[in-house]
Design a protein around this ligand. Structure first.
Ligand code: NAP
Length: 308
């Protein structure tokens, strides 16, 4: 159901995977754009997007999709952002806004900004919402309500452009916060990137165990392992790009994590129950704060039990 007048006449989505398709569905549901132009790299993905009726026009040519668009949303893996920006630069209309959904923000500015002509506004963005599924069929409009979207415009960015991108995400049901790209990347290093690295490590360690134990890991996975496998099921290309692009912040937080892990290791070796209990109690309180902030429900597509 539309909330009011559309914010945009034409939005071009470059990349139509989980995030691009969820945004398309949310924009349609809330009537946020008069026209949604869909572009992606491969013919099969474009055909699926068309079958799902995610847009109003479809093309494999990103430059064609952005022609006449007042908003361009780059929804590809981060490693492709620079090449996409380069391919659309000559087709952007004056005054157009370019945004993205990438999980790391300092590199968005580094990779996209140099390609944009004067008069085109860059408002980098990141919806803190997602699942471990990929592709246009994974999308759902309910991905964004109640979640946060972080925007990282530079202080010089046109305030009207920032406001329009804010209204887009708010129109999808998201809460919006503005911060610097560097601050975003530090916050996400601890809240998202480190947890994924730990999950990938735990699952890989289990996978390398001898066959007999491996079977039991699957059988008894409900004891905690299962939750890590969900986190470690994210798209390998996307997560490769996250660690390549947010290297410094992740390495810094990993250093602190290693120190804390070593302290726990020593407590276990020394039988220091007090230290263990104090640490676990502090961690438990954090869970309570997340529940109080209503951020504890996983982003699971309605009816999708495989993602639980
Ligand atoms: P996805 O489902 O894998 O979809 C990726 C899309 O980008 C597809 O349309 C794909 O095209 C296209 N693409 C892939 N490689 C490309 C390349 N080299 N050049 C041009 N296009 C390319 O990905 P996603 O999960 O939506 O993630 C997209 C972005 O959102 C990423 O930057 C990620 O950091 C960010 N993000 C993801 C999540 C999450 O939980 N997944 C959450 C928040 C933000 P084809 O299929 O046609 O090849």
């Amino acid at each position: 159901m539309a909330n009011g007048a559309p914010i945009f006449d034409r939005v071009a989505l470059i990349g139509i995977g989980l995030i691009g398709s969820s945004l398309a569905l949310a924009m349609r549901l809330h009537g946020l754009s008069r026209h949604i132009a869909v572009s992606t790299r491969s013919a099969p993905t474009l055909a699926t997007a068309e079958k799902l009726n995610l847009g109003d026009s479809y093309t494999l040519d990103a430059a064609e999709a952005v022609r006449g668009a007042d908003l361009v949303v780059i929804c590809t893996p981060m490693g492709a952002q620079g090449a996409v920006a380069q391919s659309i630069r000559d087709s952007l209309k004056p005054g157009a806004i370019v945004t993205d959904v990438g999980s790391v923000k300092a590199t968005t500015v580094r990779d996209i900004a140099p390609h944009l002509p004067d008069g085109v506004h860059l408002v980098p963005g990141h919806p803190i919402a997602g699942t471990e599924h990929s592709g246009p069929e994974a999308g759902f409009a309910a991905l964004f309500p109640g979640r946060w979207t972080i925007l990282t415009p530079s202080p010089q960015t046109d305030a009207g452009a920032v406001d329009k991108v804010r209204r887009l995400w708010e129109g999808c049901g998201s809460n919006v916060e503005i911060m610097t790209p560097e601050h975003h990347d530090r916050v996400l290093a601890i809240t998202s990137h480190l947890p994924h690295l730990i999950a990938y490590t735990i699952v890989d360690t289990a996978d390398q165990m001898e066959d007999e134990t491996k079977e039991e890991v699957i059988k008894f996975s409900a004891s905690g392992f299962r939750d890590f496998t969900r986190i470690a099921a994210g798209d390998p290309v996307m997560w490769r790009d996250v660690f390549l692009t947010n290297r410094d912040a992740v390495l810094e937080i990993l250093g602190r994590f290693n120190e804390d892990l070593t302290a726990l290791q020593r407590a276990i070796r020394k039988g220091d129950g007090e230290m263990l209990e104090t640490t676990f109690a502090r961690a438990r309180a954090v869970r309570r704060s997340i529940i109080d902030a209503k951020q504890h429900i996983p982003d699971v597509k309605p009816g999708d039990e495989s993602a639980q």
